[in-house]
Write a new protein. Structure first.
Lengths: 370, 350
């Protein structure tokens, strides 16, 4: 199912060679050695965070974790193309995007530890919290974009989703609405080839990017493991949206190297040869090769990058393990923004129920002491 | 890349330069539909963040004309004729709410709400809880509901229990022009999402409307005091219940009719006080019986004031059938006689 068709936009070859392209290069002119090194560091750090989170799940500290291994370029390249006032509507795998957005590492895993249904205040980082219902967030992004349009600002919404999501009605409806109202929204599809156990061929008989033009939305099919192409395409799409050009659809062709989540077992449905082939296209390795050719990789750079990654992993681990359990009665908090007598009654009853045990315990303690 | 599409023409705006209607400023006799229209107008004047989304709500003014003239007054940026996709109407409203808007969605008919059900239940209802209060969903979803208009399938349903069963939503059903006006304004002003059910067979019933907010929307109202039986209902059946109370009075039975207004949360204080007084409870709604609101209210009242009950509470509801064809709907819908039959049963007369 691997399809690197000729029209796939690639600016960084697998061997690390920079491939010039007149139509895309102007969007990444500023990516000098220093800027590329910064992207590389992001990718190394998020891979380390991802690995650490998987380990935390295996050790019972997280209930679940959706690894992004293999998708670092797609996520970092697009996230680093955004302005701070652009708003992100992700699925549940965009943890590298959250990292780039400055979300606290502990907050990223809060939801996967089961401490809350989401980990951060979306308005603090202009990024919504993970959407678990597949594709639902594409409509939220489109609605937000309609709001930005009405506010006469040039902020853009970007929504992340996978190849599986493109089969959902919501994603298709979002494209209808976005096209109809020329909403400033970027549809960023990470085609990672697999929707749990279903290969992309189950979702689409043609390239996913081919669908968008039917909605009146221009689309790009890019090498999602090429951080430079990802950034160029995202910047181009953002600029179109910002200047009244309406929505753009980006299909970033990448690969989910790990399982769907830590509960999944890809050995049951995936040919190991496929993974081996995609490992040759590793996004981090590829950028490393380019940086080497640019003379950016020194022993010192390697050491500081590794130290950054280790520090992030340590911060994540400490924050995760140190996270206090939520208070029992907080189960009732924030269901409504306004008072609700029925719910308040349930809270009062449950509070009394819990206190009844405390009272029994207290009196037993007193008796024992007496 | 494909070539850039030209922006779609979303709506023509007839009469945009016409004289602007002034908001309701004194007591007027209005149909219920017009009262909602006036409430929407006032809400839009009060808050520039109020936007309307729905199918045919612009130039046509909605299939029931509830949004008449609002496009002309407020323009296509605030009165948005959407493509025909209910999930997207609700889902984009979520995004607008995320950005600080107060969207009012019109679902054209009760039976058309289900394509939007997932966005309502999984997103609208849960966002405030999910984000621990960070993201509010002040979305109003207007739903013409109920039968009695001889309509085709999917045009006469009463889906309210799906939503009263969903935590995070408020659910309102109005029965008259005054409440229609006051409660649409309250619903839009609420920081919680509100399902606002409009009994479509009462759209043309007129009533005096005072341009005031009135009682808080979560309060039930005793529309006719009585001492023998509490008759609880909402929406279109409030008028039927009043008629039943009048008829019963002739036979010496005093019925207290309660218009619930808020289906979630239920104003148990008012219901409980009434049942403690009468000792008998009849609940009537058009929706099917099993899993319906009547069962929940009766269970709660039985828990709260069992010892005050003189007899087993009674439900008079639509049957557990898909909404029947128009020629059969009069058998399905509770009417005056079936309600009085329920009253007889709770009185131990049959």
């Amino acid at each position: 199912m691997i399809d690197f068709s000729p029209q796939l936009v690639q600016l960084l070859a697998i061997d690390g060679e920079r491939k010039p392209r007149g139509d895309f290069d102007p969007w990444v002119e500023d990516l000098d050695g220093t800027a590329l090194l910064a992207l590389y560091r992001d990718m190394v750090v998020v891979r380390r965070i991802d690995t650490e989170a998987t380990a935390l799940q295996r050790q019972g500290e997280l209930g679940l974790w959706p690894p992004l291994l293999g998708q670092e370029a797609a996520q970092v390249g697009s996230a680093r193309a955004l302005r701070s006032d652009d708003f992100i509507f992700p699925s549940y795998r965009e943890n590298a995007v959250a990292y780039c957005r400055g979300v606290n590492l502990t907050d990223i895993v809060k939801v996967w530890r089961g401490n809350a249904q989401s980990g951060w205040d979306p308005y603090a980082v202009n990024m919504a919290t993970p959407a678990i219902i597949i594709g639902a967030q594409t409509l939220h992004a489109t609605g937000w974009a309609l709001g930005a349009q009405r506010d006469d600002v040039d902020s853009v919404a970007i929504t992340y989703f996978g190849d599986g999501a493109t089969s959902q009605g919501d994603v298709n409806e979002a494209m209808v609405f976005a096209a109809s109202f020329q909403a400033p929204v970027v549809f960023f599809c990470q085609n990672n080839q697999w929707a749990i156990s279903e290969p992309v061929g189950v979702q689409a008989h043609r390239n996913i990017a081919d669908r968008a033009p039917g909605f009146g939305i221009p689309s790009l099919r890019i090498d999602g493991n090429d951080v430079i192409a990802v950034m160029a395409a995202t910047r181009m799409a953002l600029d179109r949206a910002r200047t009244g050009g309406g929505p753009t659809f980006i299909e970033a062709v990448t690969y989910r190297m790990g399982p769907h989540t830590t509960a999944d077992d890809p050995t049951r449905y995936r040919d190991p040869a496929e993974l081996a082939e995609w490992k040759t296209r590793d996004p981090v390795l590829r950028l490393h090769r380019l940086l080497q050719s640019l003379g950016q990789i020194t022993p010192e750079v390697e050491a500081t990058t590794a130290a950054l990654a280790d520090a992030a992993a340590a911060e994540l681990r400490a924050g995760c393990i140190g996270m206090p359990d939520p208070e029992p009665l907080s189960v009732f908090d924030h269901v409504y923004a306004t008072p609700n007598a029925t719910l308040e009654r349930q809270r009062t009853d449950y509070d009394g129920y819990l206190r009844s045990f405390a009272t029994e315990h207290d009196s037993a303690e007193q008796n024992r002491k007496a | 890349m494909t070539t850039l599409m030209t922006p779609a023409i979303v709506s023509t705006v007839p009469g945009l330069n016409a004289p602007q209607p002034t908001p309701l400023s004194e007591t007027k006799t209005l149909t219920m539909g017009k009262a909602i229209n006036e409430g929407l107008r006032q809400a839009m004047l009060d808050d520039p963040k109020v936007v309307l989304l729905g199918e045919d709500i612009g130039a046509l003014g909605g299939v029931f004309r509830v949004t008449s003239d609002l496009l002309a007054q407020f323009g296509a940026r605030r009165v948005i004729d959407t493509p025909l996709a209910e999930s997207a109407i609700i889902g984009t409203a979520v995004g607008l709410a995320y950005r600080g808007y107060r969207p009012v969605c019109e679902i054209q008919f009760d039976g058309f709400i289900f394509p939007g059900f997932d966005q309502i239940v999984s997103q609208v209802a849960k966002f405030h809880y999910r984000t621990q209060g960070a993201v509010r969903m002040p979305i109003t979803i207007r739903v013409p509901f109920g039968g009695g208009i001889g309509a085709a399938e999917h045009h006469s349903e009463s889906p309210e229990a799906y939503f009263t069963h969903t935590s995070g939503l408020r659910v309102i059903a109005v029965s008259n022009a005054q409440d229609a006006y006051s409660l649409i304004r309250q619903a839009i002003a609420s920081d919680d999402p509100v399902l606002y059910f409009e009994p479509k067979r009462r759209y043309h019933v007129k009533g005096a409307v005072v341009p005031e907010l009135g009682l808080p929307m979560e309060q039930a109202v005793i529309v006719r005091p009585g001492t023998d039986v509490t008759l609880l209902t909402y929406g279109a059946l409030v008028a039927t219940a009043r008629d039943a109370a009048l008829a019963a009075a002739d036979e010496g039975v005093s019925i207290e009719v309660i218009d619930l207004r808020s289906l979630s949360p239920v104003d148990y204080a008012v219901v409980e006080a009434s049942v403690r007084k009468t000792g008998r409870l009849v609940v009537t709604h058009e929706a099917a019986q099993s899993g319906g609101l009547g069962g929940e209210i009766i269970a709660s009242i039985t828990e709260r004031c069992f010892s005050y009950l003189e007899s087993a509470p009674v439900r008079v509801t639509g049957f557990d059938v898909p909404y029947p064809p128009a020629k059969l709907e009069n058998h399905h819908l509770p009417d005056l006689d079936r309600i009085l039959d329920g009253v007889d049963r709770v009185m131990g007369r049959r």
